[in-house]
Design a protein around this ligand. Structure first.
Ligand code: ATP
Ligand code: MG
Length: 205
């Protein structure tokens, strides 16, 4: 996008397997608190930390669920750059792509507290650190992570944004789908319809 495009951009990367309201509540609240033009939900192509531990739903299906979930909602967008790039998804490459697509934009990398605690395991993290501001949102089940000199966020430009604590995870939703328990109100309704149409996550209703 040209210089007239969005200037303050947040991006929340994830497997979104599947998307749920925990992701969406985080995105809308960070967008509001930081007055961002847009928050991109960046769908991982191959989440390298997950593919070895469990089967991951095809990227195109996960993307379609995110697109359907945010359709018509202003300021939150599905983003396919990691899928378009193909291969294993590294945030360092995503940041480089975003810099190319949105030259001069300020990039805010939004992560949940569980991910903040794992930052040290990321590939080529030193390429990411100088290029983004971190925004850490609280997540039930994960210790609080505060910006500071001697925590996991040392060396990062970082801030915490408090969001409504929603104990919702894709792991639980996959289990719910597989065992036929309700997904209602945990995933936007049009996305539930799509995942059923595509027979994703096993189980019936
Ligand atoms: P899984 O259980 O498969 O790991 P997940 O629910 O953690 O799925 P991810 O796609 O792994 O979803 O998460 C993407 C990003 O969204 C991460 O930064 C994660 O911390 C954040 N996130 C996910 N769910 C919540 C939630 N309920 N509250 C706050 N942040 C969340
Ligand atoms: Mg997760």
């Amino acid at each position: 996008m040209a210089a007239s495009g969005p200037h303050r951009i947040g991006f929340l990367g994830g497997t979104f397997d599947p998307i749920h309201v925990g992701h969406l509540v985080a995105a809308v609240n960070v967008r509001y608190e930081l007055a961002l033009d847009v928050v991109l939900l960046v769908v991982a192509n191959e989440p390298w930390q997950k593919v070895e531990t469990r089967p991951v739903t095809p990227a195109r299906d996960r993307l379609a669920l995110v697109e359907t979930a945010v359709e018509g909602f202003d300021g939150i967008e599905a983003c396919s750059i990691e899928i378009d790039r193909g291969g294993v998804s590294y945030t360092a490459d995503t940041v480089a792509d975003l810099e190319r697509i949105y030259p001069g934009a300020e990039l805010s990398l939004v992560i949940g507290a569980d991910v903040a605690l794992q930052l040290g395991t990321w590939e080529r993290i030193e390429e990411v650190r100088p290029k983004v501001s971190l925004v850490v949102v609280n997540r039930p089940g994960s210790a609080a992570v505060m910006p500071g000199e001697d925590g996991p966020l040392a060396g990062w430009k970082a801030e915490a944004v408090e969001i409504p604590a929603l104990e919702i995870s894709s792991t639980d939703l996959r289990d719910r789908a597989a065992t036929g328990r309700p997904l209602d109100f945990l995933i936007p309704e049009p996305a539930i319809r799509l995942l059923r149409e595509r027979s994703l996550y096993g189980g019936g209703r």
